[in-house]
Design a protein around this ligand. Structure first.
Ligand code: SF4
Length: 310
């Protein structure tokens, strides 16, 4: 697949920094950008009926699961949109769980709650299923301002059901920068315990990723940056070093470099996982700077390594 000149060079004509993939450990599937909610800050631009990325079907996914297993993948992860809007999703999940542990990113509201009865049998599958729920804020009003009235309580209800059934759960939100970190921790703990959940659930904070196709000015990343501010070890914690994301776009399955760059066709690396691993991933997307600067990662398979950048 051909790529723009921009993939290789900065506007100043310097080569771009890149990541080489040593092995495939985690494969993400994008279930489609359709969602029951229409949050204005969604990094995927997801909303009801959206099909920028189409809903995947079991038949779309199965060949990639088998290819991933031959390449040594250790985990399958799913993001959307809201995965439970996808009618095939529980069947897809059941298939994936017969081979590897799975992670599902969900808003835990109505689409999930309506299908809880279908999830119970998954507890008997060979591998474990973990849910990461978006809880934007410890404050109900702030959360509902983006997601819609009643969504805070519904998300906590969904989480409580999942936890009560025996699934493991974590939460994710964008960094709350106008509040002391200890206060944020305490307030989330209070909310979780008040809703029958452990206060110390794993919590992941993300930087601002901006909506799809946003033009964001960030510093360029060159090979010099990657050698000066990163090490061999920290480079291996970039998602594109050990994972890939499979999406359905215009009726075609494609392998993207990671979960954060599906709005740029240069990052549609190949039609197969095997071919995608041969391509060094250029750090030209503005979200690459979040990985470089803050260690941002959607993965729970590997924790981001800490880096020191002036
Ligand atoms: S956003 Fe991060 S993980 Fe994705 S391609 Fe850029 S550096 Fe790699």
């Amino acid at each position: 697949m051909s790529r723009s000149d921009d993939w290789y060079q900065t506007p100043q004509g310097e080569p771009r920094g890149f990541i080489e993939s040593r092995k495939l450990e985690e494969v993400w599937f994008h279930t489609g950008t359709a969602c029951n909610l229409a949050c204005p800050f969604c990094l995927e631009g997801s909303k009801p009926g959206d099909n920028r990325l189409q809903q995947i079907r079991l038949a779309d996914v199965e060949p990639f699961i088998h290819e991933a297993l031959t390449l040594g993948a250790q985990q399958f992860s799913f993001t959307g949109g809201e995965p439970f809007v996808n009618k095939d999703f529980v069947r897809i999940l059941a298939t994936a769980l017969s081979y590897r542990p799975c992670l599902v990113l969900t808003n835990a509201t109505t689409p999930l709650i309506k299908r809880l009865h279908q999830l119970a049998p998954l507890l008997k599958q060979s591998y474990s299923l973990h849910f990461r729920v978006s809880l934007d804020h410890f404050d109900e009003v702030q959360h509902d301002a983006g997601r819609g009235q009643g969504m805070f309580k519904l998300a906590l209800e969904g989480m409580r059901h999942l936890y009560g059934m025996g699934f493991t759960v974590s939460i994710a939100h964008q960094a709350i920068t106008n509040c002391d970190a200890a206060v944020v921790t305490n307030r989330f703990q209070e909310v979780l315990t008040a809703h029958g959940l452990p206060g110390d659930l794993h919590r992941i904070e993300f930087p601002e990723f901006h909506s799809p196709a946003s033009q964001v000015n960030v510093p360029v990343i060159t090979p010099h940056c990657m050698n000066t501010y990163q090490t061999e070890q920290t480079r291996q914690h970039f998602m594109c070093a050990f994972s890939r994301m499979v999406v359905k776009q215009a009726e075609r399955m494609r392998v993207y470099a990671c979960t954060l760059v599906d709005d740029d066709p240069d990052y549609a690396l190949a039609d197969t996982l095997t071919d995608s691993l041969a391509i060094p991933v250029s750090l030209k997307h503005h979200r690459c700077y979040s990985c470089f600067r803050y260690g941002a990662s959607c993965s729970e398979y590997r924790s981001p390594a800490s880096v020191t950048v002036p």
